[in-house]
Design a binder for this molecule. Structure first.
Ligand SMILES: C[S@@+](CC[C@H](N)C(=O)[O-])C[C@H]1O[C@@H](n2cnc3c(N)ncnc32)[C@H](O)[C@@H]1O
Length: 443
């Protein structure tokens, strides 16, 4: 017997609990949703409430501050999150307003706050009456209008004043679904035809030759060819990392921060013939995903658990021809896909990440053969994690040359990037935000 589906109020209560676990518990949406029960038809609504509320959290919180008779910080977190869910529904217009209010009020009882039902009702109804004037006043503040933490808005205005507003707005867009075609098992025209026959609208990308955008987005399990290893899900910005690396047959290649293996697999799919790829990651548990992806796509790599910053324990002393260093970073370039980054990342995280990235870059350089190529990439848009790391490295490393401009010469003109490497802004050419620096060691 299938379980009774949750009521609309229970869906809202469950969404509020999840939002509170992100906003107050510091948990990531990926981690929470991976463990969340699949409640059939309720899943889509719950996810869209959770993602929407998290995406607009900083704006919803300020609205709440103006509407409630006590500061939102003094409310129990799930109740505060429920009010945010209610406000999000009224703003998104995806639910009829009377249903949004009624179900949110009932959800307060589901959350164990029956006495707050009147308060929830009063806040949401006041918003309905006053929203125009309220939003006009609040939207004069860029951080509130675009629902970002102030530290990130300030950093972007300081570092990229000409692009800051566009970045912040692109971060709130719904991300398109992009696939990567496995050249060893299919071709882009063949995969496109298969998807079109299945009813999807399909589009290619001008810069990423293996990429296909599909519309509407779908559960991967329903895509023709996914289980058979002809397709993977990957944004073209991530695919371009391997275009910049330009791996060649017969080479020894290190993917130094490999999990879950998207780029490792792309390297192997892209190279005709054999190349010896080592997929390294410090997080042993994440390597299972690398192995799964390799197996599904019919590829082979040496998968190793180890710290790229301490190669003594795993390196055999044989230098690599090419190294991909896809560093752990703030992920501020992929906020449109992971809106919880806005809530989870703090300004104080950035210096520690930058120090780690610089150490990884210096160490990886020591594993590269003379004349070899190292590609440093991140999905951050912050200069401290990108241009600054690479510029300081170049200044302290005699002979290292930044050849990124050669590799990216057909890409969009660099939008205000300063320093070495190339920064792709979020939303630019339909892609996630990403940074690439291609460095060559003197022969
Ligand atoms: C941006 S993710 C890599 C994504 C991956 N390249 C892909 O395309 O699927 C960064 C990875 O770096 C790993 N990492 C962090 N510090 C590391 C270290 N010191 N040595 C090796 N891997 C590390 C993390 O566990 C994480 O899996």
């Amino acid at each position: 017997m299938s379980p009774t589906p949750p009521t609309p109020a229970q869906i809202r209560a469950a969404a509020a609990r999840l939002v509170a676990q992100v906003a107050d518990g510091g948990r990531s949406l990926d981690e929470l949703l991976a463990r969340d029960p699949d409640e059939g038809s309720a899943r889509g609504l719950k996810r869209s409430l959770v993602y929407g509320t998290v995406r607009w959290h900083f704006r919803l919180l300020e609205i709440l501050r103006r509407l409630a008779d006590r500061p939102p910080e003094q409310l129990p977190p799930p109740l505060r999150a429920l009010l945010e869910v209610g406000l999000f529904q009224l703003m998104s217009g995806e639910t009829a307003p009377h249903a949004a209010v009624a179900e949110t009020v009932s959800a307060a009882r589901e959350l164990g706050h029956p006495r707050a039902a009147g308060f929830v009702n009063a806040v949401l109804r006041r918003f309905q009456r006053e929203s125009d004037a309220l939003l006009r006043a609040l939207d004069t503040d860029l951080a509130v209008r675009t629902a970002h933490p102030r530290w990130l808005v300030d950093a972007l205005l300081l570092e990229r004043p000409e692009a800051a507003v566009a970045i912040l707005e692109a971060n709130n867009a719904h991300p398109p679904m992009w696939l990567r075609v496995n050249r060893r098992r299919s071709s882009v025209p063949q995969a496109a035809a298969e998807l079109e026959a299945g009813g999807w609208r399909v589009e290619r990308h001008a810069l990423a030759p293996d990429a296909l955008r599909i519309e509407p987005a779908a559960d991967v399990r329903t895509l023709p060819g996914f289980a058979e290893g002809r397709l993977s899900v990957q944004d073209p910005a991530a695919q371009l990392a391997v275009e910049v690396l330009d791996p060649q047959p017969g080479e020894r290649i290190l993917d130094a921060c490999a999990a879950p293996g998207g780029k490792t697999c792309h390297v192997l799919e892209r190279v005709p013939g054999h190349c010896a790829v080592t997929a390294l990651d410090v997080a042993d548990d994440r390597l299972a995903r690398v192995r799964e992806n390799l197996a599904r796509l019919g590829l082979e790599a040496r998968v190793l658990a180890g710290d790229a910053g301490a190669p003594g324990s795993w390196w055999d002393g044989q230098p690599f021809d090419r190294i991909l260093l896809d560093v752990p970073c703030s992920a501020t370039g992929v906020i449109r896909r992971h809106p919880d980054i806005k809530l989870l990342r703090r300004a104080r995280d950035i210096p520690a990440l930058a120090a780690r990235q610089a150490q990884l870059l210096r160490t990886a350089w020591g594993l590269l053969r003379p004349g070899g190529t190292l590609v440093y990439t991140s999905c951050s848009v912050l200069r401290a994690e990108n241009e600054t790391v690479v510029a300081e490295f170049l200044a302290g490393t005699p002979g290292a040359v930044d050849v990124t401009p050669d590799r990216t010469r057909d890409w969009p003109p660099r939008s205000g990037a300063r320093g070495p490497g190339y920064l792709l802004l979020p939303g630019e050419a339909g892609m996630d935000g990403f940074y690439y620096a291609c460095l060559v060691k003197p022969p």
